[in-house]
Design a protein around this ligand. Structure first.
Ligand SMILES: CC(C)(COP(=O)(O)OP(=O)(O)OC[C@H]1O[C@@H](n2cnc3c(N)ncnc32)[C@H](O)[C@@H]1OP(=O)(O)O)[C@@H](O)C(=O)NCCC(=O)NCCS
Length: 277
C-alpha cells in the first residue's frame, strides 16, 4: 500500500497532562477536536470514523450531527468520495455539510465542492484562556440548567434556533441523557433578563480544555450584552474547575468578530459547505 502523502491527524494532543504549555498547535488541536465526541452525537447517529475521516449521519434531524468534519483522501479518490457522500445523505433525504480547513486533503477540496454547487460560509477556530476577565451588564443573570428547568430552557433553544416542534421529543431525550450522564461533560446555561430566559448556550468538557457551543440570543434581546454574559459565565465555570483553555468554532458572519472583540484569539480559518438534499 502507498504511504499516505500527509501526516495523520493527531488526536493524542488532546489528552496531554495539565502542565503542558498551550502552544498554537495544541490550541488548534483542542479547537478542531472539540466538537468530535461520542458525547455529542444523537441516539440514532451513525459515526464513520477512521484515520483521516470523521463523519456523522443522523436520520432523526437535518440540523445537527450530519456532516463530514474531517476528510483526508488521496487526490485521485476525491471526486468519487464526494459522489458517494452526497448519495449517502440524499438516501436519507438530508443535505450534505462538509467542513474544510487546514486539515483537509487534497488542498483544493473546497473548490471541488463549490464546483458542484455547494454554498459556503466562513468559520474561525477561536480560543481564549478561561482566566479572561469580562464585565457583564448588571441586569443580565446567567444560570446553569438542570432537569427541573429543562422544558423552559428547551423552549427558548428551539425558538432561537428555529427547530421544528416535531423534533422536541428527540431534543428532550438528548438533553436529558446528557444531563444524567456520569461523568457529566455537557453543561447548559441560560441568560435571563427580568426573569425571562432570553439566551442559551452550552459547553462540553474535553480533558484540560472545553469547547463552547450553541450560543444564541433571542432577537428581541440582542445588542444588550447577553452573549457577553453567556461567554463570561462559561469561562468562570471552567476556570473554577481548573480548565485552562476554551475553544469554539465561530461563524464569521455572526459570532467570530464578537468573540475577537471580547478577547478571543483566532486559531485557524476554515469553511463550511452545504448542498441541499
Ligand atoms: C451572535 C449573537 C449570539 C450575539 O448576541 P448579542 O447578545 O446580541 O451580543 P452582545 O450584545 O453580547 O455583543 C457581544 C459584543 O460584541 C460586540 N459586537 C457586536 N457586533 C460586533 C461586530 N460586528 N464586530 C465586533 N464586535 C461586535 C458588541 O458590541 C458586544 O461588545 P460590548 O459588550 O463590548 O459592547 C446573536 O446575534 C444571535 O443569537 N445570533 C443568532 C445565533 C448565532 O449566530 N449564534 C452564534 C453562534 S454560531
Amino acid at each position: 500500500m502507498d504511504e499516505p502523502a500527509f501526516a495523520p491527524l493527531d488526536r493524542s494532543l488532546q489528552t496531554r497532562p495539565v502542565m503542558v504549555e498551550w502552544t498554537l498547535e495544541r490550541k488548534r488541536n483542542a479547537c478542531l477536536w472539540g466538537p468530535i465526541s461520542p458525547e455529542l452525537v444523537r441516539a440514532d447517529t451513525q459515526v464513520i470514523e477512521r484515520p483521516g475521516w470523521y463523519q456523522t449521519i443522523t436520520p432523526s434531524t437535518s440540523g445537527t450531527c450530519n456532516e463530514v468534519v474531517l476528510s483526508q483522501v488521496e487526490d485521485r479518490d476525491a471526486e468519487r468520495v464526494i459522489d458517494e457522500t452526497i448519495a449517502t445523505y440524499r438516501a436519507h433525504g438530508l443535505p450534505t455539510k462538509w467542513c474544510v480547513g487546514y486539515w483537509t486533503r487534497p488542498e483544493d477540496f473546497g473548490e471541488r465542492l463549490a464546483r458542484r454547487g455547494f454554498e459556503s460560509w466562513a468559520v474561525r477556530g477561536m480560543g481564549c484562556s478561561t482566566s479572561l476577565e469580562l464585565s457583564a451588564a448588571w441586569d443580565i443573570a446567567v444560570r446553569q440548567v438542570n432537569e427541573q428547568g429543562l422544558e423552559r430552557h428547551l423552549a427558548v433553544v428551539m425558538q432561537g434556533w428555529g427547530v421544528p416542534p416535531t423534533e422536541l421529543d428527540v431534543w428532550r431525550g438528548t438533553y436529558l441523557a446528557r444531563l444524567r450522564a456520569q461523568p457529566c461533560v455537557n453543561y447548559y446555561f441560560e441568560a435571563l433578563l427580568q426573569d425571562e430566559v432570553v439566551g442559551t448556550a452550552s459547553l462540553i468538557l474535553r480533558g484540560d480544555s472545553a469547547y463552547l457551543m450553541g450560543a444564541q440570543v433571542l432577537e428581541t434581546a440582542r445588542g444588550r450584552g447577553v452573549y457577553r454574559a453567556l461567554i463570561r459565565a462559561r469561562l468562570e465555570f471552567l476556570c473554577a474547575r481548573g480548565i485552562e483553555y476554551a475553544t469554539t468554532q465561530a461563524r464569521e458572519a455572526t459570532s467570530a468578530p464578537r468573540l475577537q472583540h471580547l478577547g478571543f484569539e483566532t486559531l485557524f480559518e476554515s469553511k463550511c459547505y452545504l448542498l441541499g438534499a
